[in-house]
Design a protein around this ligand. Sequence first.
Ligand SMILES: Cc1ncc(COP(=O)(O)O)c(C=O)c1O
Length: 440
Amino acid sequence: MCEICEAMKNMKLHPDTLAIHAGHQPAEHLGAIKPPIHATSTFVFPSAEHGAAHMEAAYGVEGVEAPDSGYIYSRLGNPTRNAAEVRLAALDGAEVSGFFSSGMAAISTAILAWSGPERPVWYAPPLYGGTTHFLNEVLPTKGTQVETLDVKSGDLLSALDATRLETDLLPGIIYLETPANPTMQVHRISAVSDWAQMHSTPDHRILVFVDNTYLGPLMQRPLEAGADLVLYSATKYIGGHSDIIAGAASGPADVMEAVIGFRHFLGGMADPWTSWLLARSMETLPIRIERQQLTAARVLDFLRAHPAVGTVRSAHAEDLSPDAAQIMAEQTSGAGSMLAFEIDGGRPAAFKVLNALNLFSLAVSLGSTESLAEHPASMTHAGVPADQKADHGINEGLIRLSIGLEHPDDLIADLTTALAALGEASKAQVDLAVAEFNRV
Ligand SMILES: Cc1ncc(COP(=O)(O)O)c(C=O)c1O
């Protein structure tokens, strides 16, 4: 870890400050206030001895110590990526962070690093569709057993106990998303970590992986709650501008050593330009998520009051069961800006609303400056098995919104017009709902 980061840790700086300063020290870069982009594939060794030591240590040649400083080749390490990784580690409270070429690169690399025939993966559905596909369709072809935990009742600990009784192998990885995408199911990370620790043995360590994409490193800190690894699609809030694809993993040094080791050889690292954009985007992460959350609260109030809208889902307390709201209060400092709502009429009605939106862009992804709308059942979660979709309410009338940085009144006006396109709620009903909303 860099000197300035150590000093910052001792100063107990706030995340807003770390987001701007961690990972870069101008004095080390000719005074440049921003980290330079090291657009280079390889690095010149100062001597043959230095180069040999670097390479032999990288390949694990016995008795060879890696030199303290210097880089070899950008797949293995790059100063721009390093700056961004130190910044994320500061935000996550992690010993080590790594940036990847996509969220799926981070997720698949981390799972491959820590799973295997003796280390099954147990996961709490629903997960992001790409992760579900990787776990159900890809990993088993490599000899790794994958178990789906039965979390319909919302009780993950009972599901872990039940799976333990049914299978002969303990899990190598317990994999969660909390809040889950797009159902907003919430899991208590500390309880899962306690279960993992209780069932671990000296030669079989059970690791808890948490995909924290939905809330990001500032609103939820899974490592502090006991998780062993936190994963992100950094394409979302960390990148935040819909202009890059990236992923991240953060954790203690011993867990990350294997993850970064696999990244070296699978090759899914973030390039220098993406890394630079990530470092820059993290500077505004605290204010972006704060503002997006406030706007989401306004949009949620509007949707809850709208006559054509059924169940509204979000991680805000009003939309959660008392238990889930309690977990959110314990393990997060915010509820974020993702939401979903149901309308009657299934896919045709949902498509009518989506096609009538003007300001919301009809696109998958989330966490950007612009607001996005999509249909989980046929888009992000098209690959999730039908029974899991049914169990978790990913139905044909569900629309997901990612709230951006536009003015809330403009977003509400767009939703008002789009919902009126349904025709189910008469124009008069909609006007009444809007008047009521504005009055409150
Ligand atoms: C929760 C979650 N995890 C992981 C991913 C995969 O990330 P990427 O698309 O950056 O590979 C996504 C993508 O939408 C996601 O929503």
